[in-house]
Design a protein around this ligand. Structure first.
Ligand code: XMP
Length: 509
């Protein structure tokens, strides 16, 4: 494994991705980690990340310099390099010229990390400080026009430093350099696969759970479905999943889930039809945040009442992923594990005194999908786009009624059908329909109509933090609009949402 020390860089997740995609396991830890704990982890290599601080700032993050004597190879990136070299007796100074963006890297030594890299290659710089003087035993291995020490090493001690960022795509040969570090210098094996992860996780879960029972709130999304399947493969019927139908799901959602998870994989699921309860509580509610609060509250009541019936349950499983955990670690403080509020069960563990298990806590989304595949989940479920907890409740602007739900469900089904048929589904982060709270005039045959308006929303995104509206072809949109208006009841106008996030959001409410 490779241990990544988080000095606050915005690229930490990217470094972790670079390690994992080479099938090497890695973990991100704070600089306050004790040397003893590092030794116990037995990493093959350590990466010190970049960070926004200057090493001369009073509260700049520091790690115990004893790590440089462990005999474990270390690669310091940007701030990580400056910290390492300063800690070993070098000096760092404010650069005369702040270097940001592309620079030409001139390589002096092709040994170790630069093996197989061109003599000159582009690299990405982002720094205000530079190394002024190297500590004893170090040598310069690459320079740029503005930065004499763009890379340095102490090959005997296997300590390496890059002033530039090898993890970003703007350093095209960065992947080769990192690969050299993992395999040539650290001697890592390509053993991190989802198959090996599943095997280990299954044993772990069995040990932790013993003869107790586990409860899991199943949403039908990828994360909770994979969590359920993994835990099921470990402890079988000792896992009970609770699926709450809140009446705000897409068409046939619950039925489809029943087929894939219950019949296909034989997972123990309790389906609770609570649609009446939710819809009753939502009568005449139009404010989006009130809708969310009501949906959240009713969910808790229903879930808790059902969970109480499961005697001997001691654990609550959740599909928390690594990016959520990293975000909280990176803030230099705060909890080590965040429960996603949108799972809608955030308050449950405390209240019900259940212990949390989060077996996907160290995985990225694409790894979760791979794991799902490994565990035999169907493609359709693995590639599902995210769907919000409050469901269609926040896609019906204004009041939620059964009639309006039915209109939106039909439109949504038709739209997704077309999107899948055209092969756009996997490339879109989300695609859905929104029912607006206004009507408009139209003409059908010889008759004047006064009907609903729906908006189509389709976005591309990496993480939902930012999103771009998808440039779907006009012909495709025209066809979808025709089909919706001609084939379905209750809609006579279709709009396409061309706003990005920010300043808009993905959902309309
Ligand atoms: P926005 O609309 O804020 O959405 O750009 C970002 C992502 O979060 C989803 N979303 C929610 N998910 N409960 C959820 O479980 C919610 O209340 C909620 N609101 C938004 C949204 O679908 C998108 O993926």
């Amino acid at each position: 494994m490779i241990l990544i020390i988080d000095f606050g860089s915005q690229y930490n997740q990217l470094i972790a991705r670079r390690v994992r995609e080479k099938h090497v396991y890695c973990q991100i830890e704070r600089p306050t980690i004790m040397v003893e704990s590092i030794k116990a982890m037995k990493p093959e290599g350590i990466i010190l990340s970049g960070g926004p601080s200057s090493i001369y700032e009073k509260n700049s993050p520091k790690i115990d310099p004893a790590i440089f004597d462990l005999g474990i190879p270390v690669l310091g990136i940007c701030y990580g390099m400056q910290y390492m070299l300063a800690a070993l007796g070098g000096t760092v100074e404010r650069a005369k010229k702040r270097e940001y963006g592309f620079a030409q890297l001139n390589i002096r030594s092709h040994k170790a990390l630069f093996e197989g890299v061109d003599r000159t290659t582009r690299c990405w710089m982002s720094h205000g400080d530079s190394i002024n003087q190297l500590p004893k035993g170090f040598r310069i291995t690459a320079s740029t026009e503005n930065t004499k020490v763009a890379a340095a090493d102490h090959w005997k001690k296997k300590l390496y430093g890059f002033q530039f960022h090898p993890e970003v795509v703007h350093t095209p040969m960065g992947k080769i350099m990192l690969r050299n570090f993992f395999f040539k210098v650290c001697g890592c094996k390509r053993s991190w696969t989802m198959k090996s992860f599943a095997k280990e996780a299954t044993i772990n879960i069995r040990e932790i759970v013993g003869d107790k029972k586990v409860i899991l709130g199943l949403s039908g999304g990828v994360d909770s479905s994979v969590t359920a399947t993994l835990i099921h493969s470990s402890i079988g019927r000792k896992l009970t999943c609770i699926f709450v139908d809140n009446g705000l799901l897409r068409k046939n959602e619950a039925a489809k889930l029943k087929i894939t998870l219950k019949q296909h994989l034989n997972i123990n699921i309790r389906f609770i039809d609570a649609a009446n309860k939710f819809l009753k509580a939502l009568v005449k509610v139009t404010d989006p945040e009130r809708k969310r609060k009501i949906i959240g509250r009713v969910f808790m009541q229903v879930f808790e009442a059902e969970a109480k019936k499961i005697k001997g349950a001691e654990f609550l499983a959740q599909g928390t992923l690594y990016p959520d955990v990293i975000e909280s670690v990176s803030a230099f403080g705060g909890p080590t594990s965040v429960i996603k509020s949108h799972h809608n069960v955030g308050g449950l563990p405390n209240k019900m005194q259940l212990k949390l298990i989060e077996p996907l806590k160290y995985l990225f989304k694409d790894e979760v999908r791979q794991l799902g595949k490994e565990l035999g989940l169907p493609e359709e479920l693995i590639w599902r786009q995210p769907f919000p907890g409050p469901g269609l409740g926040i896609r019906i602007l204004g009041e939620i009624t059964r009639q309006r739900l039915s209109i939106l469900r039909n439109v949504d089904e038709l739209l997704l059908d077309e999107i899948k048929k055209a092969g756009y589904y996997k490339n879109l982060w989300q695609s859905f329909a929104v029912l607006l709270p206004i009507k408009s005039v139209g003409v059908m045959g010889d008759k004047r109509t006064y009907e609903n308006i729906v908006a189509i929303r389709a976005v591309t995104s990496k993480d939902a933090m930012t999103a771009d509206w998808a440039k779907l072809p006009h012909k495709f949109l025209g066809n979808v609009s025709n089909r919706i208006i001609n084939e379905l009841d209750g809609v006579n106008r279709v709009l396409y949402d061309i706003s990005s996030k920010p300043p808009s959001t993905i959902e309309w409410e």
